[in-house]
Design a protein around this ligand. Structure first.
Ligand SMILES: [Fe+2]
Length: 325
């Protein structure tokens, strides 16, 4: 599951007082002065947006999973970080067919206390935060077809389970995901969901991590697609910059093309520390409603691993004949 794109928002004064230690147990209230994407809830799901059960997949669905899995596993060894590859192994994601969420939840539960729960589509931000804060990962129930095999914007079960779930076996990353969900409460209070969304985008979806002195993939948006898995690490076009949480939360992002910039973390422990130690309330009070930096910007405080040529984007990006070099 990925965050929804959110329109620009004016800064709102805090509307709620902090509540007790079990403040994350109940769905957060969303008042009309918190601006989120207006998603229409299907009539068959409740306010938790959970499907009553994981869908039954046809043999064709299972074969789409198997072919997607085989394609990515031709590319990822040597490119994906070791925690992702070992997570795939621990959860036996290649055993054949779409994995059963009950089996995944049982195995994850023993490792890090997370579960995987089925949802019909993109879900509203406040529901997403609530599930993460309670160590539930909402995964799209449906799988793409052969017609949309190469690219699908709406996250399906392959993106969500193959891309996101393996790292939930890593105890530190698992804690980071829960902290991210908890951070949603404050972001809503200050109407700064867009800034928090950028943090998710540049880490959980499109993050790179240093391993043995080289960037490796940990973002699900990279690992679940064949082109970006190579482009993110090897192409000359994109910037690769060491991550600073404050800088990332001020940076615009594209949702329908390869990324002009990838941010690289030292380790999951460093990402966790940077996130929990950052005073988000202070940051939100100083942030304007829009982003400060363009998605291709390199600024003077950046620790730059690779300054991109931006050739792919300057030639037109997706939809043009530009080659992702
Ligand atoms: Fe995602």
């Amino acid at each position: 599951m990925r965050m929804t794109a959110i329109a620009e928002q004016p800064l709102a004064a805090p509307q709620h007082n902090d509540v007790g230690p079990d403040q994350y147990a109940a769905l957060p209230d969303v008042t009309s002065d918190v601006f989120t994407a207006p998603l229409q809830r299907p009539t068959h799901v409740g306010e938790d947006w959970l499907e009553p059960a994981q869908t039954h997949y046809s043999s064709e669905d299972d074969s789409v999973w198997d072919d997607l899995f085989a394609r990515q596993m031709d590319i990822l060894p040597g490119r994906a970080c070791s925690a992702m590859l070992s997570g795939m192994d621990k959860l036996d994601l290649g055993k054949g067919g779409v994995p059963d969420f009950g089996r995944l939840s049982e195995e994850l539960g023993g490792l890090t206390g997370w579960s995987v729960v089925p949802v019909p589509m993109l879900i509203p931000d406040h529901v997403f935060f609530w599930h993460l804060a309670n160590r539930r990962f909402p995964a799209g129930n449906f799988i793409r077809t052969r017609e949309t095999f190469d690219y699908i914007q709406e996250p399906d079960v392959f993106h969500d389970v193959f891309g996101h779930v393996p790292l939930l076996t890593d105890p530190t990353f698992a804690d980071y995901m829960q902290e991210y969900g908890r951070a949603g409460w404050n972001a809503m209070r200050y109407n700064r969901l867009k800034a928090l969304g950028a943090l998710y985008w540049y880490t959980v979806e499109f993050g790179l991590i240093m391993e043995n002195g080289e960037p490796r993939i940990f973002g699900a948006g990279i690992s679940s697609g064949p082109t970006e898995a190579v482009f993110a690490l090897e192409a000359q076009s994109p910037n690769r910059i060491m991550l600073n949480v404050d800088r990332v939360m001020r940076t615009d992002y594209v949702i329908d093309d390869l990324q002009p910039t990838y941010f690289v973390i030292e380790s999951f422990g460093d990402l966790y520390r940077q996130t929990v130690e950052r005073d988000f309330e202070r940051l939100y009070r100083s942030l304007g409603p829009g982003f400060t930096y363009a998605n291709s910007a390199v600024i003077d405080v950046d620790n730059v691993l690779h300054r991109g040529s931006q050739e792919y984007f300057l030639r037109g990006g997706r939809g043009s004949a530009a080659v992702p070099v």
